[in-house]
Design a protein around this ligand. Structure first.
Ligand code: ADP
Length: 175
């Protein structure tokens, strides 16, 4: 699909296992910049271990949080291919990524160059994390939950609830 310059679409990819308030902040800010945002949820990521939540759970969490926030120009879809191939297929002009710190920058820079080599017409746009979420990642949220840490301000309420249940079930299975 060739990009339509009157209708600008950005892809915001990630594993979202689970979505955090930091991800939602980036998604909402991208929604303010583009006509349409597609949150692309990767089913299996090469850099991550097995997901804690199923693809449907991860998509549902994002959809519910955006509906509650009244964001209407964002849809959430699974994807199974290279991000650039997906972006091209849906006619997107850009890929938006959040940057928390230097470690993100190093990784994203490599990936951004590779993506550019694969699909020069698709722009990578990097959005600085809001300071209050600059320390926040899905893996830390899961780690906190495993040790009964306070996560209510870090993820949407339904995520905190299901995460608590999942961790309790894992604990019971290990006993
Ligand atoms: P994570 O790195 O938390 O496991 P993902 O793989 O789902 O998350 O990341 C998807 C994108 O979201 C990446 O560009 C990542 O840098 C960004 N991101 C993750 N957490 C935050 C945050 N707290 N603030 C801004 N961007 C973030």
């Amino acid at each position: 699909m060739s990009p339509d310059t009157d209708h600008r679409i950005a892809v915001v990819p990630g594993s979202y296992d689970p979505v955090t308030n930091g991800h939602l902040d980036i998604i909402k800010r991208a929604a303010g910049l583009f006509d349409e945002v597609v949150v692309a949820v990767v089913n299996q990521s090469v850099r991550k271990s097995t997901a804690m939540f199923t693809i449907d759970e991860r998509i549902g969490f994002i959809q519910d949080a955006l509906a509650e926030a009244g964001v209407t120009n964002v849809r959430v879809d699974p994807f199974y291919e290279l991000v650039v191939a997906y972006a091209r297929r849906i006619g997107a002009q850009a890929i938006v990524k959040g940057l928390r710190q230097i470690s993100d920058f190093e990784y994203e820079m490599e990936m951004g160059h590779l993506n550019r080599q694969q699909a020069p017409e698709i722009e990578s746009i990097f959005v600085m994390a809001s300071p209050r979420y600059a320390f926040l990642s899905s893996s830390w949220v899961k780690e906190l939950a495993r040790f009964d840490g306070q996560i209510d301000e870090l993820v949407p309420a339904p995520v905190a609830k299901l995460l608590g249940e999942r961790v309790a079930a894992q604990r019971a299975a290990a006993d």
